[in-house]
Design a protein around this ligand. Structure first.
Ligand code: HMG
Length: 431
């Protein structure tokens, strides 16, 4: 009988790669052909790469891991993470386990529209421009939906609204910006909103008598926000207090906020990459949202309520589950299948949850043992290989580095090189 994700994730980190793949197959989130594909090293044929980008010379491989123990809105997930940094997957899995045993993760998406922008760099009279555009708004929406966004309309989405913003140019004149609001359903929507805006250029020029200077989507999608909430019960009051203090630090100080948000993105970017989503767009949106009141702040907040710790993530997180790399790249398609999400909103909610969990894992380490201990414990292998250790030498160098870390609480590449040199010298010296 198939084992559940909860069952296969017990001790998952102690399994070897073959056993991990078998366990995932047993749980039904991947199939035997996916196991074969991953064992063969994923995609090798560069012809698909030629379709994605230009001047292709090969693939850049980064590791693909699985974060375990996630239960979000009552559903278990195997979270694919494509990332090169040590300790991210481990910290996400460990923190998800803590939450699973002592609390819950709830998520929601607020709003449904993405934003396209049409710029008229200088308008003679903003009020006239605005009234001319708004007088034709219904018609403009209608033709955009009929001629360009008809596929989305069929799925229940499409262009829904248009608004006009006045931006003073600083030279006494005005810039007019038209915002086109569109529900992209399960697509990320970049291509279609850009097409809609370019299509509207001509009619807008005709109705307003002004010149459109450029059309492009905005990544600051404050009209569609993804929210994740973690509630952790029975938490030690001193730990909860330290996490609350760390949260206040990131809310008030942009220097700390940048690092806090990097920690959140440690959880977000690897899923975006694994599922073939545009991580630059999401990053840009999150950072812009973090600075929306004029100061860069954290996108997460932690508050203690008695013996309960409550964390909130809120930011735009626009992703797609259809179209583009998501469906075309075989590894992305495999990751989407493993994740088992059925809509763009569900993917966005899962990603927000992992970002918030990752943030909690980092804050817990930072306010207790410090980041070095766990990070370095897992980084030892990198240092060992970086020093040039060969297969037979790796376990010996690793063990010595662990001993040094336990005593001095820090290690570096020079320690690894020194140990390796000593080891090689001792092997050469006559006894
Ligand atoms: P530990 O307590 O030594 O781990 O923590 P453990 O060996 O006791 O294992 C506990 C669980 O952790 C395991 O459960 C796994 O879920 C997971 P099990 O599978 O045994 O049932 N785990 C692992 N999973 C996969 N492979 C592994 C592995 N080891 C543990 N090898 C740990 C070790 C690193 C998890 C902990 O010290 C930790 O969470 N540290 C924080 C690390 C972190 O946040 N890293 C992110 C990068 S740092 C950064 O860039 C962001 C930052 O600047 C952000 C900010 O400032 O806010 C910090």
């Amino acid at each position: 009988m198939a084992r559940t994700l909860k069952e296969i994730f017990k001790g998952f980190s102690k399994l070897n790669r073959k056993e991990r793949l078998n366990a995932l197959e047993e749980s039904g989130v991947i199939e035997s052909r996916d196991v074969d594909y991953l064992e063969r090293g994923g995609m090798k044929d560069t012809s698909l790469g030629e379709k994605f980008i230009e001047n292709v010379i090969g693939y850049f491989q980064i590791p693909l891991g699985v974060a375990t123990n996630f239960r979000i809105d009552g559903k278990d997930y195997a979270i694919p993470m494509a990332v090169e940094e040590t300790s991210i997957v481990a910290a996400a899995s460990k923190t998800a386990k803590w939450i699973r045993e002592n609390g819950e993760i709830k998520t929601e998406v607020i709003g449904s529209e993405i934003i396209g922008q049409i710029q008229c760099a200088t308008v003679k009279n903003f009020a006239l421009f605005e009234s001319a555009l708004l007088a034709q708004k219904k018609y403009l929406i209608e033709i955009a939906n009929r001629e360009v966004a008809f596929g989305l309309v069929r799925r229940g989405g499409g262009v829904t609204d248009m608004t006009v913003r006045r931006i003073p140019r600083g030279d006494g004149r005005d810039m007019a910006i038209v915002h086109v609001m569109m529900n992209p359903c399960d697509a990320m929507g970049a291509n279609i909103i850009n097409q809609v805006c370019e299509f509207l250029k001509e009619p807008i020029e005709q109705f307003t008598g002004e010149k459109v200077t450029m059309c492009i989507l905005s990544n600051l999608v404050d009209t569609k926000i993804t929210k994740a909430v973690i509630v952790l019960k029975g938490i030690a009051s001193d730990l909860a207090e330290k996490i609350e203090e760390a949260s206040l630090f990131a809310e008030q100080d942009p220097y700390r906020a940048a690092t806090n948000n990097k920690g959140v993105l440690n959880g977000i970017d690897p899923i975006l990459i694994a599922t073939g989503n545009d991580w630059r767009a999401v990053e840009a949106g999150i950072h812009a949202f973090a600075a929306r009141d004029g100061q860069y702040r954290s996108v997460t907040k932690w508050k203690r309520e008695g013996d309960t710790l409550v964390g909130i993530f809120e930011a735009p997180l626009i992703v797609g589950v259809v179209g583009g790399v998501t469906t075309l790249h075989p590894t992305a398609a495999l990751c989407m299948k493993m994740l088992g999400v059925t809509s763009a909103n569900e993917l966005s909610r899962v990603i927000a949850a992992v970002g918030l969990v990752q943030n909690l894992g980092a804050l817990k380490a930072l306010t207790t043992v410090g980041i070095i201990e766990g990070h370095m414990k897992l980084h030892i292998k990198n240092l060992t290989l970086g020093a040039g250790a060969q297969e037979g030498e790796v376990p010996i160098v690793q063990k010595k580095l662990e001993e040094i870390l336990a005593i001095r609480k820090r290690i570096s590449l020079s320690n690894a090189i020194e140990i390796l040199n000593d080891l090689r010298a001792s092997e050469q010296s006559p006894h």
